[in-house]
Design a protein around this ligand. Sequence first.
Ligand code: GLU
Length: 427
Amino acid sequence: MSHSLLSDANQRLEKALQYVAVDEDVAERLRFPKASLIVSIPVRMDNGTLRIFQGYRVRYDDSRGPTKGGVRYHPGVTLDEVQSLAFWMTFKCAVLNLPFGGAKGGITLNPKELSKFELERLTRGYVDAIADFIGPDVDIPAPDVYTNQMVMGWMMDQYSIIQRKITPAVVTGKPVSMGGSLGRETATAMGAFFVMQAALVRMNRNPKDTTVAVQGFGNAGATIAELLFSAGYKVVAVSDSKGGVFAAEGLDIPSLRHMKDSTRTLKAVYCKGTVCNQVEHTVITNAQLLELDVDILVPAALENQITAENGDRIQARYIFEVANGPITSEADTILETKGIQVFPDILVNAGGVTVSYFEWVQNRNGLYWTLEEVNDRLEKSITLEAERIWAIAQDLNISMRTAAYVHALNRLGDAIKAKGTRDYYIN
Ligand code: GLU
């Protein structure tokens, strides 16, 4: 197996190319990121020492518009990872027909080890370093793993200081008080929820007879678990980076979330107070959660969770990828052989960037929407594109993942071709 995430991501492109009549020029353009920036960010720490952090911003493809994508703060961040995430953003924006290309950024660090002051200085330093690479018409960052509204607010403020004008549209996922959109924080989970509801109707299933396991209890994971719980699904397992809990009769997600918010880890929840006493539960590892015999598995943490190593042991009937890239291309083949249906990341988690687009539109218009308007538009867009992907999958007898790439490639192909092709040189 290749160790490069980007070459693994490219496998999906190569597979989809077999089903699309796009010019080879288009394929060649999409195999490489347009521009990758690596920066060193000096940060004065609270104890007076100076530390240098490594940061990245990658603009993968801008054929369809300014590039768009989150910024992640994580010890595992590498250039290869950021390039793959930028690749996925390119296809995700095309799947949802957003007028954006794909980008991603990241800083290699463990944000839990920094104070809030240090995080703010780091964020402002990152913006200083990438200011010429981003902009409302060029590249628009947003939240991702371990970044949030607060971080986006600092980014927008720092960029505005550099530009000497208030520039809300440079970043999405900001606090509402700084021009953020209502519904952006819950948008990734909300989009995934709409796709699941539409899929459930097609599968002729009832939420109450459907068991779910959710890996990851960050913004996306905790919110989707809560939405599913409220809709009557039986959420039997959840986990965070330290481990998880399982209860065959279903967990009380709002209480777990409340406990996690006050104690900061799910681990602290296991044997403390009300939750433990409410239902009999078993403490499980992340690896065990992935292998549970459930109807729906929702990986909502990091990439590379289901691989050639554990693919054979996965028992879920359906997988909805709320995380980016949780399944490797090798595992795709294993799951397909086992008859497990995968709903791909570039559709399932596209609610976040879709509402980011709504935020950008609102910032540029100066007219703000109600929560209902945001969620209605999100539901319409994401279910429409899900139906289109479903139709492609059925027509061509291919997986939902390959169908999603085919769908995106058709749109990307039109945009790339419109800018000029080899046809000029032939005959
Ligand atoms: N980080 C999110 C994603 O991976 C959102 C990106 C955005 O809103 O631009 O889709």
